[in-house]
Design a protein around this ligand. Sequence first.
Ligand SMILES: Cc1cc2nc3c(=O)[nH]c(=O)nc-3n(C[C@H](O)[C@H](O)[C@H](O)COP(=O)(O)OP(=O)(O)OC[C@H]3O[C@@H](n4cnc5c(N)ncnc54)[C@H](O)[C@@H]3O)c2cc1C
Ligand code: SF4
Length: 332
Amino acid sequence: MNRITYTRAQNVKDALHQLSTNSNAKFIAGGTNLLDLMKVNVLKPDHLVDVNHIGFKAITAEADGGLRLGALVTNADTAYHESVIDQYPLLSEAMLSAASAQLRNMATNGGNLLQRTRCYYFYDTSTACNKREPGSGCSAINGYNRMHAILGASEHCIAVHPSDMAVALTALDATICVSGPDTEREIPITSFYRLPGDEPHIDNHLGADEIITSIKLPPSGFSKHYTYLKLRDRPSYAFALVSVAAALELDAQNNIIKARIALGGVAHKPWRMPEVETMLEGKPAVSESFLAAAEQLLAGAVGYGHNDFKIALARRAVIRALEQAVNKQKEP
Ligand SMILES: Cc1cc2nc3c(=O)[nH]c(=O)nc-3n(C[C@H](O)[C@H](O)[C@H](O)COP(=O)(O)OP(=O)(O)OC[C@H]3O[C@@H](n4cnc5c(N)ncnc54)[C@H](O)[C@@H]3O)c2cc1C
Ligand code: SF4
């Protein structure tokens, strides 16, 4: 039995103060990932700071036409919010593809972005895992690696980031707003996550003394031509083997004005290559253009045995997602 203490923070300042004055403390929001990790002894905090009462539970319009999502809004309330459905249906679709209704009712936006990888070895403390225990080795590289990365991996870790929300937010160019003891800062989501390199125990660029307060979405939501295609072992309650957030802006002749493509389930972070999106600009929105984009996106892909199938799967998923985005009709 691990002894833990628990307190509720009243505001951001209080939350940050409680984090800094308790050794080995963690924030808890919905608890849907943190408690799972504590149950299997992967995380052993000795103090939990409940952040559910610090505010940041609203979704508000921004002066520039964008939207701000509070970090403590649940995934369900976000996905079903009228403005999210109207302006960012890609995000709503991605969030509703995640987990189960019960989990989405508990899970918060901040917690979703910070959930840890689902690599089986990370959860199994009897195995070597550099992410859980730096320097111990990686059991997945020569092990059962069906769900693992094909892009951006390192010899130290081939885990993937599991969040669907993060993939859609990456395609939409969202910004993560964080508070620290002395400052507030905004981190573009494209710079928030990191590749494993030789420090796979670090998932992102959030400081250990910082808290996520909100997520800012820019005005352009690609609400006419979008799709979130999630391929997984069963149609619900499963993480993506490969997912694609695709968004297009088209002219009257169906030529591409702007394209956004982010892939999930393939790397330690949502995978986006702006040069591929630029290559699509001015091209007709047809399968040949999408095939060229898919080839370029997957050009550097490497399999580790059990996950080799993901390379072809991802290539086909990119093409299909872009085709679906062209023809997408927003649901009434
Ligand atoms: C069976 C199952 C299936 C799932 N399937 C999917 C899926 O298909 N797709 C998907 O995307 N997700 C899936 N999830 C993950 C689920 O969405 C996450 O567990 C959830 O979003 C985490 O949010 P939370 O509020 O519960 O976070 P918590 O568990 O409370 O916290 C997670 C981490 O974030 C930290 N934290 C929380 N809030 C903040 C904050 N504001 N600032 C700084 N740190 C913070 C905590 O300290 C902790 O380290 C699944 C989960 C389960 C259990
Ligand atoms: S892939 Fe990463 S998380 Fe999985 S065992 Fe290897 S080091 Fe650990």
